[in-house]
Ligand binder design. Sequence first.
Ligand SMILES: C[C@@H]1O[C@@H](Oc2ccc([N+](=O)[O-])cc2)[C@@H](O)[C@H](O)[C@@H]1O
Length: 421
Amino acid sequence: TVKAQGMEEMWDSSASKKEHPNIQWFKDAKFGMFIHWGLYSKLAGTWKGKNYYGSGEWIMNQAKIPVKDYRKIAADFNPVNFNAEEWAQLAEDAGVKYMVITAKHHEGFSMFDSKVTGFDIMDATPYKKDPMKALSAAMRKRGIRFGFYYSQFQDWYEPNGGRNTWDYDESKKDYQSYYRQKAIPQLKELLTNYGPLGIVWFDTPGGMTKEQTAAFVKELRQLQPNSLFSSRVGQGMGDYKDFGDSEVPPVPIEGAWESIYTHNDSWGYIAHDMNFKSPDEIIKLLANVASKGGNLMLNVGPDGSGKIPEYSVKYLQRAGAWLKKNGAGIYASTAGFIPAQPWGVTTAKPGKLFLHVFNRPLNDTVLVPGFTNAVSNVYALDGAVKLPFIKKGEDLYINMAAVKNVRSPNTVLVVEFRGTP
Ligand SMILES: C[C@@H]1O[C@@H](Oc2ccc([N+](=O)[O-])cc2)[C@@H](O)[C@H](O)[C@@H]1O
């Protein structure tokens, strides 16, 4: 471990598996916004008149578009509708506690002002402004954590970057030169020019040994010791775990972890993909992930003009409205000690168990089996409506007839108890 200015000890993920000293905000956050935005957003899922479905950000790979053709998109990329305040306000209204946006995805195009390449939004587009500068400032103003997604290995623009196998011979690539000349200098720009970053989100590790990854991580941590690195940095050197796409573990998982979900069926914008998850689905998914002790990072895919799809705006605002009333059952909660039940799931805090009732029992009687602790009070969170309850042995029965709002996708009941579960 190396001594660093100001930090009594530089946290070194490769050395010990103890948690990052700055992990608690992430564990308490529970809800984040993911943003995939790049040149692919302008293609909107179509190339040469052919529609592609799923993962719009992979269209260059799906259609095997040569770099000489793909780079031309930049000349028409002019997101005049991009409004950092609007995006940041949506994050606030949605109730997310952090945002992670693609600074550079696999296509290799830099959505920020980079001195390392000419294939960036300042030099290669008519837009000539740095949206990441405005967005990081707008988020900081609202006290919502901000971070970047940087595709550290896959770079389909660079001859020595990972995984463009249709223009370049993968076996001939010198990945180290790509890391030295592009990935590392660009990550240093991102960790230097946009203020404190809550998170650096990596994807698809590759082209580096364990030792090289350790050196890579150590070099970057020196710039922002407090920043959390996601698990896809590789070699187990991340600070929290990311599950596969749109995956929730079946049972509670210890430690800091995150489930990432698309809002429709694609990370990048696809004009013909309207399969947006409803506000109810978002609220249930968030409670489901929280009931197992994790965070949900939900994605939006702005279009090429810089507009976040209307359904994402409306539905995230609706989910945020629910969180304004019921956030106490989510933020800073831990996994529920009563497993999922026919009526829903549970989350916990010291002396409190939150019942997330998705499916209201027909007779309005909620059974919580195996509840050993003595119960002192039960009420519905939204409106603090006290509810009658009885215990038969370890079975707790709650009558929720007094809860009028029958339409809620998730009615949160609070069980206050003595002792520890
Ligand atoms: C968030 C997504 O991350 C990756 O896709 C993955 C990476 C890893 C897994 N995985 O580990 O299951 C699945 C999809 C990217 O390729 C994709 O474009 C998107 O950015």
